[in-house]
Design a protein around this ligand. Structure first.
Ligand SMILES: [Zn+2]
Length: 116
């Protein structure tokens, strides 16, 4: 899991919090007051992280909250699409970081190191 999430200039701490769902009935939560996102380790973490990220976007853009059913559908949809289209993920990373000093090879090496 990542430890920080930058959303349009605001940095959120990201924390894996056991028993979150048991305590309050949600797999994840976004706390605007202290810029933190929490994810239950027993959840579908990618979907929950994208779900909570959508809530941070609502705050960053100061838009009306999207109902939970739609937030979940959009989050689950994105996770499925990214999982089914690894070439899209690679292309997005290449496109978004093409001007950075970090190369895709370095990112891949870091991922492999973390996985072992
Ligand atoms: Zn939500």
């Amino acid at each position: 899991m990542i430890t920080h999430l930058r959303v349009m200039g605001t940095v959120y701490d990201v924390e894996v919090k056991p028993n979150l769902a048991a305590d309050d009935g949600h797999w994840g939560e976004t706390l605007q007051r202290n810029h933190s996102v929490r994810v239950d380790p027993d959840s579908d973490q990618p979907t929950v992280l994208v779900h909570e990220t959508i809530h941070t976007i609502e705050q960053a853009l100061n838009i009306e909250p999207i109902d939970e059913e739609h937030v979940h559908a959009i989050a689950r949809g994105w996770v499925c699409i990214l999982g089914d289209n690894p070439d899209m993920v690679v292309w997005l990373v290449q496109e978004l970081f093409k001007d950075d000093q970090v190369t895709l090879k370095e990112v891949a090496a870091q991922l492999l190191e973390e996985a072992t």
